[in-house]
Design a binder for this molecule. Structure first.
Ligand SMILES: [Zn+2]
Length: 165
């Protein structure tokens, strides 16, 4: 039995020599990347580059969110890359976790609207996710909102006017 140094986790050791070859298959699409191994700061052994793998997952999710295809496979990949559980995204989309599971496993066809919402989360993560979470709570808006003085003025917007010859 080989004893591992205690400076890194056994599961983090990169087997083989050279670089970590990233591969993600999503439906008919294949994404690859080559990542430098992460040296253990103590012993220098090559470790799995988890940060690079997570970055690659985010890039794949962005490609899928921009280009499609709209499918259960791509929905699952984008959801996981955004760090959302099936239960979380079900609550935000107002569907059951079982509905999410059936889309992702191809038992039901993937509807466009929830896929597009999730794809916007992946592309503009903080803003839309915050909005979905705010809408899921009560009291997201003021009951009375003063929009201010909207009376027309005589002045035309001056930067749109063609200059006289
Ligand atoms: Zn080490």
């Amino acid at each position: 039995m080989i004893s591992e140094p205690r400076c890194h986790r056994v599961s983090d050791v990169l087997h083989g020599v050279g670089r970590y070859e990233y591969l993600a298959k999503v439906g008919d699409r294949v994404f690859t990347a080559s990542l430098a191994p992460r040296p253990c700061p103590t012993c220098g052994r090559a470790l799995v580059p988890w940060n690079g793998i997570h970055r690659a997952d985010s890039l794949v999710a962005e490609h899928l969110a921009r280009e499609g295809p709209i499918s259960g496979d791509s929905f699952r990949f984008i959801r996981k890359a955004a760090g959302l559980t099936a239960v979380e995204i079900a609550a935000l989309l107002d569907v059951t976790p079982e509905a999410i599971s059936k889309w992702e496993n191809g038992k039901n066809p993937m509807p466009r609207a929830p896929w597009l919402v999730l794809s916007e989360v992946a592309l503009d993560r903080s803003a839309l996710l915050a909005k979905l979470r705010r809408f899921a709570e009560a009291g997201a808006f003021e009951e009375k909102t003063e929009l201010g003085d909207l009376s027309e003025t005589d002045e035309a917007p001056n930067d749109e006017q063609p200059s006289a010859p």
